[in-house]
Design a protein around this ligand. Structure first.
Ligand code: A2P
Length: 289
């Protein structure tokens, strides 16, 4: 199973698995593709900061996944490749797969993954899974998607999926990062929604992006927990307070944030749901940050 949420720290903790890695980049394949994994081609790469990048790969025809789920991906650069859990950032209907990744200079996977170029091969285990799926929540009026850093990825998938709009009237995405440049992925995502030929019309007037920085001066500063706790979140948006009668919550990002927002949700009367027991909030604990 996937490691717990993989932050830079966890990747460094796992470095004893790195010895087989080559540093030559992923061009000519030096190792055979392992059995029972998909080998896909990189279609595009976009670097946002020296810590964050996104990339798109071809989609295996037989892959089925729910928007919001994660897959295990790796590089064919060792006999026993290292795999990490990555939330798919593209929706279930998309012909390609998009991912949003951190770069850890000495991380066993991301130190190499950050060097990928168009045409390179990325490998992927065949099963997708995850808790951030709309079917793990009961229907409601508003869906709050709380994210930090690359934890926005599953919401990038869900915000581009018509099913999300069928189940909820209003979608409020929060994204908190250390600095302004790290917010760009989410800003681009939300500003592209209305002009999307497939789902644009559905999204009009229904999606709110609420972002903040914690380490660089910006128009809005502070952790989401503090912004909700002080009431600034509600007054900034002019919305009613979180209420399990009308709202659902999905949480993804920094491990400490997961814990704090889960506690906050529970203190407000929300209950954790799953596919077998849908309820009022869900948390993703396994994905690359
Ligand atoms: P901070 O800068 O105050 O630590 P990271 O880049 O380390 O994954 O963090 C992403 C964002 O998550 C940062 O803005 C960070 O704020 C914020 N964050 C970290 N821990 C928490 C927490 N317990 N509650 C809310 N936000 C958090």
């Amino acid at each position: 199973m996937a490691p717990a949420y993989v932050t830079g720290k966890t990747e460094l903790d796992l470095m004893n698995t790195t010895s087989a890695f080559n540093t030559a980049g992923a061009r000519p394949l030096q190792f055979p593709i392992p059995a029972n994994v998909y080998a896909e081609t990189v279609v595009s790469v976009k670097h946002y900061t020296d810590r964050l990048f996104s990339f798109r790969i071809t989609r295996p025809q037989s892959l089925r996944f729910r928007s919001g789920e994660f897959v295990m991906i790796g590089l064919p650069n060792a006999e026993k490749p290292v795999y990490r859990a990555y939330s798919v950032a593209s929706p279930a209907w998309d012909e390609e797969l998009e991912f949003f990744s951190i770069k850890v200079p000495e991380g066993p996977l991301t130190s190499e993954l950050q060097k990928i170029q168009v045409g390179d091969t990325v490998i992927m285990r065949q099963k997708s899974t995850g808790t951030l799926v709309v079917d793990a929540l009961t229907p409601a009026k508003r869906l709050f998607m709380i994210s930090t850093g690359t934890g926005i990825a599953p919401f990038a998938s869900l915000l581009r999926d018509p099913d999300t709009y069928e189940k909820f009237d209003q979608l409020i995405l929060t994204h908190t990062c250390r600095d302004n440049a790290e917010l760009v992925y989410g800003q681009e995502l939300v500003s592209a929604l209305e002009s999307d030929p497939l789902i644009g019309e559905l999204t009009t007037g229904r999606v709110t992006l609420y972002n903040s920085t914690t380490r660089e001066e910006s128009a809005r500063m502070g952790r989401i927990t503090a912004l909700i706790g002080s009431g600034k979140f509600y007054s900034d948006l002019g919305i009613e307070k979180l209420n399990p009668e009308t709202d659902r919550i999905m949480i993804c990002g920094s491990m400490h944030m997961l814990k704090d927002v889960k506690e906050l949700a529970e203190s407000l009367g929300f209950h954790e749901g799953s596919l077998s027991h849908p309820s009022t909030f869900v948390v993703e604990r396994a994905f690359v940050g």
